[in-house]
Design a protein around this ligand. Structure first.
Ligand SMILES: *Cc1c(COP(=O)(O)O)cnc(C)c1O
Length: 364
């Protein structure tokens, strides 16, 4: 019997164990410790910003960035309609309203040409999401933000190491947010980080994530802060993962190209985007089928063959708490037809061959 192929799994074959044992041996298991600082410094440098503020997960990274920029009730934040729900929820937690923009057919990301029509006197920020590892078209987004005096907060939770015109995803926004959940390109189990080159903003985020305590006077708190800290043990895993990130991305890109070569001539299968200006890191290798029925049937055929897959996210406007009756034609269409195939860095060439063989023979 062929082995089960998961849609994702972490690969922990580097210094993870060594660094975690160092935490245990030295007693530095909580949120102070050298791995926290080291991971913050090295990850922010890798992603093109000066400062890193580590947090407990990617969702609170988004929330912290918004709060530190004083985004609150009465404000609006523009996000893509097609994203993971955490993007919208993080905006909601602050009391602000997420405003959805339809996707762009070519990149599956927020359509820059549809942003301006959503801007009102209440709009404070644009939060582009680099979906599945393909960067957004950042030039027009940054231009619009500049013209309308808006903040840009990149949700780069799926795009560690991805590039737009040779610059890293996460290097564009006033703040950029990453997730290190177990299935992300690098992981700390649970974890996240806000990165920025604005020293005051980094300070504000560090202050807010640690109970809003004055740096001069212990137990003197000047704002209602939070406890959003990452532990030294998690950062130890993160640092070991970061040492391997180029290798992971390289494997994921090679596997994606191999998938492409085997799937390109199959009727009814569309391949994932990679624009000429983009380096897609293929967090998830994703395809589109003919319609929802074909997608659902393909997922069950793969399941019978012990191959795991995932449907695309539901667009935000289809969820009960964000319900809007008007159509978002592109995100509705992508969401109905899209699926993620196994994409872990542990995926072998033989696995990809087996998966594509099943897809080819399934005639859905
Ligand atoms: C994973 C993810 C998040 C949230 O990250 P967690 O660490 O799971 O909280 C946010 N946005 C997007 C686009 C994601 O994929």
């Amino acid at each position: 019997m062929a082995d089960f192929i998961p849609v994702y799994e972490p690969v922990l074959g580097g210094n993870e164990k060594k660094y975690v044992l160092d935490c245990l041996d030295t007693g530095w298991i909580s949120s102070l410790g050298k791995y926290v600082t080291d991971f913050e410094n090295k990850f922010s440098a890798f992603s093109g910003k000066k400062f890193g503020v580590s947090v407990a997960n990617g969702t609170v990274a988004l929330q912290l960035a918004l709060i530190a920029l004083d985004i609150k009730k009465g404000d609006e934040v523009i996000i893509p309609d097609l994203t993971f729900v955490a993007t919208a929820n993080a905006v909601s937690y602050t009391g602000a309203k997420p405003v959805f923009v339809d996707s762009e057919r070519e990149t599956w990301n927020m359509d820059p040409s549809r942003i301006e029509e959503k801007i009102t006197s209440k709009t404070r920020a644009i939060m582009p999401v680099h979906l599945f590892g393909h960067p957004c078209d950042m030039d027009p987004i940054m231009d619009i933000a500049k013209d309308h005096d808006l903040f840009v907060i990149e949700d780069a939770a799926e795009a560690h190491g991805a590039e737009y015109k040779g610059k890293k995803a996460g290097s564009f926004g006033h703040v950029s947010c990453f997730s290190f959940y177990g299935n992300k390109t690098i992981t700390t189990g649970e974890g996240g980080m806000c990165i920025t080159s604005d020293g005051d903003l980094a300070k504000e985020m560090s202050f807010l994530k640690d109970h809003g305590m004055s740096s001069e006077k212990r137990y003197y708190h000047t704002k209602i802060g939070f406890n959003l800290r990452l532990t030294n043990i998690q950062a130890a895993i993160g640092l070991a993962q970061l040492e391997q990130i180029e290798k992971f991305i390289d494997i994921k890109r090679k596997n994606a190209l191999f998938y492409n070569s085997l799937l390109k001539d199959i009727e009814g299968v569309s391949l994932p985007p990679e624009m000429p200006w983009a380096k897609n890191t293929y967090w998830m290798y994703s395809i589109l089928l003919r319609d929802r029925e074909a997608r659902d049937r393909m997922m069950s055929v793969l399941k019978e063959e012990k191959i795991d897959s995932r449907p695309f996210f539901f667009p935000m406007h289809q969820l009960p708490m964000y319900k809007l009756e008007k159509p978002f034609p592109v995100s509705d269409d992508l969401s109905a037809r899209g699926m993620n195939l196994p994409s872990a860095p542990s995926l072998s060439k033989e696995d990809v061959e087996r998966i594509c063989g099943v897809i080819k023979n399934s005639q859905v």
